[in-house]
Design a protein around this ligand. Structure first.
Ligand code: UD2
Ligand code: MN
Length: 606
């Protein structure tokens, strides 16, 4: 009886249910459609980035700069390139047209190809810091790091190794790595964005990483404030999880198999802080230039607080034993180095109160040596760096961060030798701008670090110390004119030595010394008489130019005597230093008279 009613009831229920489903689906479709059209109006930023990146990629000229060769454009493109270089210190217009993953010729010392590395090496966190670096240059740096650690790289596939104990040939393992991952020894690349303002370094860069690079290997750390390069590196280091921290500037390209030599050395010697050979990538044409695969330089410094390149000292060539052995370096340039992560923290990381640019490199160099570590160039590891002629980015207004940071360094690490820095920067002596360095002095005590004198005597013996290795130093005042020897701030390889009104206190341009070797010199350059050795008789009226040239330490042509008559006599020519009418001094036949008499501020010979 009830059956039809029940049937009817069920049918109605079903119908209702169907209507409900259809309504929901329709509504959903409607909603989606609405969203789609709304989306078309406000656009998805990722679509926009994708479009831009495709355009960028279309701009690349195949083969340009390939093999690390110089790249050239012509006509209007050339002009635009030069313009961008004037503005940004790198030819960015050209960079945008060179493949992001261009190849480089292998410039290593051929002996490096025969080196056998352990299969098990510590993993690396590569930290790239940047503030408003050119987008394509940053991307190229990332690509070059990635490509150099791919398992399908030729060096890697060849790299089975012979176990030293058993003599058996072993297959490489993938320590700490997912065996499926094609990247070996690379834990991660950390991009530290020091609060850049260029929009392409934000969403577009992120999109590029997500769509074209292995995103799980690359982390982007955005700093909410501009903190300067020291603190940017610190932020990256805090974030890093690899066994070894590898710091690079964001305008680098790595050579074949650059990473393993660094990791291998740190594995064997955990207190070694290691740097690759830094090759020059030319800012105007991206030429990867290497003068010579065997010879390279290491780091020195000036008391003004600047990093310099110096030849590997002879005694170090003997100590290291081979052209490709780790080579002790008194200092490092600062931007490219690798360090065991635990040791980085143990050694005091960085002075986090250093802002802007500069100073952190010498601070870390002195700290490494004075506190028991070693700083070494690893010749089989080479990385190219674009050296720029100016900072394309602004630095904190009206602050000389290099000077202040260097003063902080000098206060903590240089003991009395800090005075030689203050000689160049009297304005910074006891200047409150330097801030407080107590915690760094405590660090020095805690680590029981050695003195700066120890460093000079043991690690950088070749360094000329203008108050120590001398018979006399200070101002050299001419008795006739009352003027003082002065570099006149002339720069260049061979520049005439001059005289100028004496300053009331010792200024760097008038700080000369007569060294124990008999050189008449300033910190880097020695006085030479310009003359031909076999020019015949020296006449009465002879008058030669005196040039300041890089000291060679071999006395030849650079030896002077300070006579009891206060004359400065050049050993080879026998001529005496004389101040004449002009602003340049001359070397003349020795004779009496004030023009050839020189009073030295501090002298054992006076
Ligand atoms: C050299 C070092 C550099 C650093 C500096 C001294 C090399 C090859 N380069 O100068 O690494 O040690 O001496 O301080 O060893 N940056 C920021 N925030 C800033 C300023 C710079 O993140 O406020 C980044 C910049 O984008 C670059 C890196 O720091 O990636 C180094 O700066 P640079 O390339 O202008 O310094 P450079 O090579 O002239
Ligand atoms: Mn740089």
């Amino acid at each position: 009886m009830n059956l039809p009613v029940r049937k009817c009831y069920h049918a109605a229920k079903l119908a209702f249910f169907l209507i409900l489903v259809v309504t929901i689906l329709t509504l959903f479709e409607h909603w989606r459609g609405g969203k789609r059209s709304a989306g078309a109006q406000s656009y998805d930023p990722d679509d926009e980035y994708e479009k831009e990146i495709l355009e960028d990629e279309a701009r690349i000229i195949p083969g340009l700069g390939e093999g690390g060769l110089a790249a050239h454009l012509v006509g209007e493109a050339k002009r635009l390139g030069e313009e961008s270089e004037k503005k940004l210190a790198i030819n960015v217009y050209l960079s945008d047209r060179i493949a992001y993953n261009r190849t480089l010729k292998d410039y290593r010392n051929p002996a490096c190809k025969r080196v056998v590395y352990d299969a098990e090496l510590p993993s690396a966190s590569v930290i790239l810091i940047f503030h408003n670096e050119p987008y394509s240059v940053v991307i190229r740096t990332i690509w070059s790091v990635l490509n150099s650690v791919r398992r399908d790289q030729p060096w890697y596939s060849r790299a089975n190794y012979v176990d030293r104990e058993t003599g058996q040939t072993m297959k490489l393992g993938y320590p700490g790595q997912d065996p499926k991952s094609p990247y070996v020894y690379l834990k991660e690349i950390i991009l530290v964005d020091d609060n850049s303002t260029l929009p392409e370094l934000k969403g577009k860069l992120r999109h590029y990483v997500r769509t074209r690079l292995p995103p799980d290997l690359i982390r982007i750390l955005r700093l909410p404030d501009r903190v300067g390069l020291t603190r940017a590196r610190l932020a990256g280091a805090r974030y890093a999880a690899g066994d070894v921290l590898v710091f690079l500037d964001s305008h680098c390209e790595t050579q074949t198999d650059w990473l393993r030599p660094l990791l291998q050395r740190i594995k064997v010697s955990p207190h070694a802080v290691v740097v690759p050979i830094i090759d020059v990538i030319e800012a105007s044409n991206f030429y990867y230039s290497v003068q010579d695969p065997v010879t390279f330089q290491v780091g020195g410094f000036t008391f003004m607080g600047h990093f310099t390149w110096i030849d590997v000292p002879e005694r170090e060539k003997k100590r290291r034993g081979s052209d490709i052995a780790p080579t002790w370096s008194p200092t490092m340039a600062g931007g490219l180095f690798a360090i065991n992560r635990a040791y980085y923290w143990e050694l005091g990381a960085y002075d986090e109160q250093m802002a802007g640019w500069g100073g952190e490199n010498l601070e870390m160099s002195f700290r490494i040596w004075q506190c028991g570590g070693t700083l070494e160039t690893i010749p089989c590891s080479r990385v190219g760096h674009v050296f720029r002629s100016f900072h394309p980015y602004g630095l904190p207004a009206h602050t000389d961060t290099h000077g202040i940071n260097t003063a902080r360094m000098a206060e903590v690490w240089m003991d009395d030798y800090a005075e030689l820095f203050y000689l160049h920067r009297p304005d910074l002596r006891k200047n409150p701008k330097i801030g407080d360095v107590t915690h760094r002095r405590i660090l020095r005590e805690k680590l029981k670090c050695k003195s700066f004198q120890w460093y000079l005597e043991n690690i950088y013996k070749e360094k000329f110390v203008p108050v120590r290795d001398v018979f006399g130093f200070g101002r050299f005042r001419n008795a006739a004119s009352g003027l003082c020897l002065d570099t006149l701030q002339r720069e260049g390889e061979a520049v005439a030595l001059g005289v100028y009104t004496c300053h009331s206190r010792l200024e760097p341009t008038q700080h000369f010394a007569l060294s124990l070797r008999g050189e008449l010199r300033d910190e880097e350059k020695c006085a030479e008489v310009q003359y031909k050795r076999h020019a015949g008789e020296i006449g009465e009226d002879v008058s030669r130019r005196v040039l300041m040239v890089t000291c060679h330490g071999k006395q030849r042509g650079q030896k002077w005597r300070y006579l009891p008559s206060k004359q400065l006599q050049h050993a080879d020519s026998g001529l005496c230093l004389a101040a004449g009418a002009g602003e340049d001094v001359r070397a003349q036949r020795c004779a009496g008279g004030g023009a050839q008499r020189w009073d030295i501020d501090y002298s054992e010979l006076n």
